[in-house]
Design a protein around this ligand. Sequence first.
Ligand code: ADP
Ligand code: MG
Length: 701
Amino acid sequence: MSERVEDLFGKNVFTLSKMKERLPKSVFKNVRTVMTEGGELSRQDADVIAKAMKDWATENGATHYTHWFQPLTGITAEKHDAFVSTPDEEGHMVTAFSGKDLIKGEPDASSFPSGGLRSTFEARGYTAWDITSPAFLKESGTGVTLCIPTAFCSYKGEALDKKTPLLRSMEAINLQALRIVRLFGDTSASRVTSSTGAEQEYFLVDKAKYLKRPDLIFTGRTLFGAPAPKGQEMEDHYFGVIRERVGEYMKDLNKELWKLGVPAKTQHNEVAPGQHELAPIYETANLATDHNQLVMEAMKRVADHHGLRCLLHEKPFAGISGSAKHNNWSITTDTGINLLDPGASPERNVQFLLVLACVLKAVDIHADLLRQSAADVGNDLRLGANEAPPAIISVYLGEQLSDVVKQLVETGIAQTHIEGGVLKTGVSTLPDFAKDATDRNRTSPFAFTGNKFEFRMVGSADSMAGSTTILNAIIAEAFCEAADRLEAAEDFELEVHDIIKEYMTQHQRIIYDGNGYSEEWKKEAALRGLPNIPSMIEAASALTTDKSVQLFERFGIFTRAELESREEILYDTYAKSINIEALTMLDMAGKQIIPACIRYEHSLADTILAVREAGAACRAEGKRLNEVSNAIEAAQDALDVLRDLEDKAGKISDAREKAFFYKEQIVPAMDELRRPCDELEMLVDKSEWPFPTYEDLLFEV
Ligand code: ADP
Ligand code: MG
């Protein structure tokens, strides 16, 4: 097979061009119409498409098909069906796949979290084809499977997945953004689409070592581990030369992704040892969301082929950087106008200034929702902990735009913009080049980066759907309120300037261009009245405030019942995840660490007796024995406390109460157990230590 990107790209995707080749012209035209304008396919068309899709899939080795969906577990789900039907009288197999099979599925998927939206006795849930995301072939241990991207809803039509609300939010922002561009005289655009690009960070560790660590196996992160002598302080890993084994992995990963139509573009080593990043080129938000799921899946699958394991957890190792997923978000008309492009003179680009004012308003009013959209269990160890970015939402605009906003707020008009100027290299053989008017700020959670916003809070293991849905929703609302006023205004020019000035004045507190990691910012943000929501479960209630229910119901993105169910699921997920972590710690400390240390203690004691008998003083051995013995005692005490608290937690039935008990009681008790165990790691003979250490995991891939 050719290795050229052009030949590999989209090989396993039922692309538009393959449809064009294989479908009658009229059917192809109907497909395009439904894709761009919405609506439904007729049963006849669906049958024709299904036949073409099945033929293509089976020619390429597929034996099964699946409705591929994204339940509230945050990962994808699939249930495979073979392309087989009842054999004919002579025993021949006729493969079958109808339009109905393509468009609608009914997996008995009753075990997915629904937060009370459906009980197991009324478990009907349906999957429906998202025609805007193409079908693809997945090659794995099970062979080749035709995957049909779908949305997943209950019998009553409630969303049970992450995709349905995302699609609804794309609809909302399309409608509201179209009103805005129409007001500015654009009559040719017929659609506004939100696009996202997901920068994905990950760690690679050796598989054999991974398999010796129950914490990595059960929780995806290390629950014990003393820091290695070297961390990331030399900054030699970031953008460093990619090691051979990792390079071979990346090469295979890219090929897998290109075949799946994922435009994987950038790869590099990240800040922490063992950490890397992959960024694809941005795409329509729902496709980018699907593709990010494929990226995460492929990262894990390909790792296995290289004797590696890929860790997508937000904080696999203490003391070094964790992993994020930057959600780069923009909105563009189908005529190619990016509404976030300031152009050469932002101060005169009134439409852009209105859009910017709306974004500032939306982010300020709904900072709690945006914070919530990035919350997951692993991310609690990044956001607001001593790592990037802070848990406080703020917007970074950069020098040029901040200056324009300042002029508008102070005088009602902006007349100038700061120029980028020329960067002088000072070397005669190097060219001088034009410099951007705005520098970058890596510490901001929500940064304007030229013609898009980069939301950097999202966790590496999270789906792109949640944060994109919230961004679309809150900005659709701000657009809607501005459009309501502008459509009713007698003097458009006057009203639009009033709105821009008003929004920017009222919401300028959300703009912060300084160091987001600093202590001063925390104080300053508190003075400004910005919310600082430290954890996932404290963020969860943002979903069901009156403000939020109104927003989502108004634009048909979530019903109150859907929001309540999601909040419930968050508490439940949190409690379950921390419970698994606590049990894993009890297991590792009780069955591996403490017994190993006792053996070492015993051998020390034996040594001391023998050495003393032989007539030497044995001071160092005695000192070490005491240290080991004290740390074992501390570990055992902490283990007993944690075990008792676990018993208590098990008796709490209210989901929210239980989640808070885990956060406030269990998590600190886990830290207490970790401390003496990590101390012991530094005292005990390395050959006795029961599992690979940080240095083994991080530096020997
Ligand atoms: P970095 O933030 O690391 O400097 P880039 O600026 O190159 O990286 O872009 C990061 C991601 O943003 C990529 O996935 C890229 O495709 C995406 N991106 C670039 N332009 C846009 C845009 N207009 N809308 C959405 N995403 C974009
Ligand atoms: Mg970035």
